[in-house]
Ligand binder design. Sequence first.
Ligand SMILES: Nc1ncnc2c1ncn2[C@@H]1O[C@H](COP(=O)(O)OP(=O)(O)OP(=O)(O)O)[C@@H](O)[C@H]1O
Ligand SMILES: [Mg+2]
Length: 470
Amino acid sequence: MAERGKILVVDDNRVNRLTLSRSLEAEGHQVALAEEGQQALDLLYQEPFEVVLLDILMPGLDGYQTLGRIKADPELCDIPVIVISALDELDSAVRCIEMGAEDYLSKPFNPVLLRARLGASLQRKKLRDLEKAFLQQEFALRQNEKLATLGRLSAGMAHELNNPAAAAQRGAAQMQIAFARLQETLVGLGHQGLSGPQWESLGDLDRQARAKVQQPLRLEPLETSDRTVELEDWLEDHQIENAWEVAPNLVNLGYRRGDLESLSAPFTQSQLPALMEWLNCTYVVYNLLEEIGTGSRHISEIVKALKTYSYLDQAPLQSVNLHEGLDSTLVMLHSRLKQGVTVHRQYDPNLPTIQAYGSELNQVWTNLIENAIDAMNGQGSITLRTRHDGQWVIVEVEDDGPGISAEVQSRVFDPFFTTKPPGKGIGMGLNISHNTVVQKHQGRLEVFSQPGQTRFEVRLPLHLVPAGTA
Ligand SMILES: Nc1ncnc2c1ncn2[C@@H]1O[C@H](COP(=O)(O)OP(=O)(O)OP(=O)(O)O)[C@@H](O)[C@H]1O
Ligand SMILES: [Mg+2]
C-alpha cells in the first residue's frame, strides 16, 4: 500500500502550488502550502511534516537557503526535502541534492514520477522515525538497567562503607578517653620529678611504641598467651596493680621479660607504676590512631573506586585504563564476592590504555562478574584476564561454575532471555553488554563454555573511531 503523509509544498508560483496540492490530495495526502522559505520554516516549526516539496527560485528566502536551514537544524533535518526544478535548472537540483535534498522533481510534473518519488521519500522518513524511536527506547532501557545496577551496587556499598566508618567513629570516641588518661599519666610522671635522662628514656620508648604500632607483631595465639602470662608475672612482682590490663598491650609492643628489666632500669621502684601506666596509655593512643587511620583510608579507597567506577567527573569518551575499571568494579561487588568467591587477576602488565566509554565498560564488567557469581551460587573462583593482540585488547571473565548448555548459549545475548527466577534477573545484562561492546565500541563479545568452565571474552579496539566520524 502506498504511504500517505503530511506534505508541505513551497512554491512562489500560485498555479504550481495549486496543481501540486490538487494531485497530492487526490492521492490521499494532507497538504499545506507556503509561498516562500520563511513561511515554510514557520510552518515546519509549528507542526510535523513527512515531506517538503521545495521550489528553488523564490523571492525572500530561496530554495537553497531554506534547504540549508532545514538541514542545519537537528529538529528538522530528518524531514526529506524534494526539490522542484524546471528542466533547465537541473544543475541547481544537483547542487540541492549535494546539500542534503532527498530527490528532485522536474516541472511540468509527471504524476507517475511524483507518486514514485514521494512514496520513496515517505518510506524513508518512516524508517528514520522508527530507527529514532528504537534508539530512544534502547537508550531508555540502558538507563534503566544502569540505574538498577547502581541501586543494587549502592546497597552493597553502603554496607561496605558502614564497617570502616563505624570503626573510625568508635576509635575517635575511645581516643578521647585514652588521650585524657595519657595526659593524666604524664602529669603523674611530672610529679615524680623525673631527671633529664629519664625524660629522654621516655622519648625513646615513645618512638619505639609508634613504630611498633605501625608494624604489629603477628603471633600465634599460644605464643601470645605465653608472653602475656610472662609479663603479667613480672608486673605483679613489681607491684603494678592492673597487670592484667597492661600486659597484653606490652606484648603487642613486642616486649619480653628482659626488655621490661632493661627499660625500667633508669627508673626507681616508686616511679615504676606511673611508667607502666604511661607506656600502656601510649600504646592505646597510637593503636587507636592507627585504627582510625585504617578506617578512613578504607573509606577513601571505596570512594575512589566509586568515582572510577562511575567516571563521575570525566567526559564519556576518554582514555581508559581497563585494569582500574576492573578493580573498581571488584570493589563495588566486594560484598557479593566476599561470601565465597576467590578472584584471580591475571593482568597483562603492558596493557595499553584505550579510547572508550569508561562507565559503560564498567557496566559490562559488572554484568559479567555478577552472572559468574550467580552461576556459581556465590561459591567458586573467577579469573579476570587481560591481554593485548595487535589492534585489540582483550578482557576475559572466566568462572568455574556449571557452564552453559549449547541451547542456552545460543540465546544468552537475546533481550529478556533469562534462566533466573522472577525478581532475580530480567535477562538484559548480556544483551546490553553486547550492544555496548559491539555497537558502541566496535568490539566483539563471545562466550566459550563447557561444564566447569565459562569464559566471556570481550575484544575492544585500541583506537575507537567515535560513531558519526567513521
Ligand atoms: N557465567 C555464566 N554461567 C552460566 N550461565 C550464565 C553465565 N552468564 C550468563 N548466563 C546465562 O545467561 C542468561 C542471561 O544472562 P543475562 O545477564 O543477560 O541476564 P540475567 O543475568 O538472567 O538477568 P540480568 O542480567 O538482566 O539481571 C542467564 O540467565 C544465565 O542463564
Ligand atoms: Mg546478568
